[in-house]
Design a binder for this molecule. Structure first.
Ligand SMILES: Nc1ncnc2c1ncn2[C@@H]1O[C@H](COP(=O)(O)OP(=O)(O)OP(=O)(O)O)[C@@H](O)[C@H]1O
Length: 236
């Protein structure tokens, strides 16, 4: 299952926010979308998930156009989504938050196996099974949010700012969780504003600036491109 955005344009309140974005994510890849605050990362991910209407361009999931579908329909096709800031249901327990997608999407993997995988990625969550979503730290909520997207049994996960606002102590946990997800053959598109949080094991990255892709390559390649690094770090 691969994802392809071709020349996507989005305007919000008359402002051109995405100006011809083209991105590909192949099965099993970890691809990062890197850019400063306001560059257009969240809008790109929301456009893929059907939350943001696009004015021009094409979005294909496994060669099928997903433009015009609802987020619910897109999720059922196998695209998991963890929004910026996470989206844990405060009134539900951790256990129910994670089980939720197994009620709404049936796949060839059993509900129990999907739930087991979610806890295998973040074993610490087993300590909080009966805690309400409101009684969790930001890092714990992030883990629940990613675990819940995993319980959907997605072919690809869209992670918006997986590391934002987390204490340095929790960042390795999320990073290890990501490696675990990739080992299972799932692809990940990770939006990230902090270059130093980018996993070194990323296959490729796209740099977005003012709604345009200005660079595509590996982490090592971008590090050798002084002009692009100045844009990412906001020192240009
Ligand atoms: N609902 C909205 N109304 C008005 N402007 C918006 C809206 N959503 C996004 N924008 C604008 O579109 C641009 C891109 O925003 P977006 O959230 O996609 O950036 P981002 O790269 O995800 O930033 P961040 O790292 O801060 O989350 C910004 O200039 C933002 O102000």
């Amino acid at each position: 299952m691969s994802l392809a955005l071709n020349n996507v344009h989005v305007s919000i309140l008359g402002n051109s926010v995405l100006r011809g974005i083209s991105i590909n994510v192949e099965p099993g890849e970890l691809v990062c979308l890197v850019g400063r605050n306001g560059a257009g990362k969240t809008t790109t991910i929301r456009s893929i998930m059907g939350f943001q209407q696009i004015q021009q361009g094409k979005i294909f999931w496994n060669t099928k156009s997903i433009i015009g579908m609802t987020a619910h329909q897109i999720a059922r096709l196998g695209l998991g989504y963890t929004p910026e800031g996470s989206d844990v249901f405060g009134d539900l327990t951790v256990e129910d938050n994670i089980a939720l997608p197994t009620w709404t999407r049936k796949t060839k993997v059993s509900a129990q196996a999907r739930i087991d995988e979610a806890y295998a990625v973040f074993p610490k969550l087993r300590q909080y099974l009966h805690r309400g979503g409101q009684q969790l730290s930001g890092g714990e909520r992030k883990m629940v949010s990613i675990a819940r997207a995993l319980a959907l049994d997605p072919d690809m996960l869209l992670l918006d700012e997986a590391f934002e606002g987390l204490s340095p102590a929790i960042i390795p946990t999320i990073s290890t969780g990501l490696q675990h997800i990739l080992k299972r053959g799932r692809a990940v598109l990770l939006a990230e504003s902090n270059f130093y949080h980018l996993p070194r094991f990323a296959d490729r990255l796209y740099v977005i600036e003012r709604g345009e892709i200005i660079f595509e390559g590996t982490v090592a390649q971008v590090e050798n491109d002084a002009a692009t690094m100045r844009v990412i770090k906001g020192t240009d």
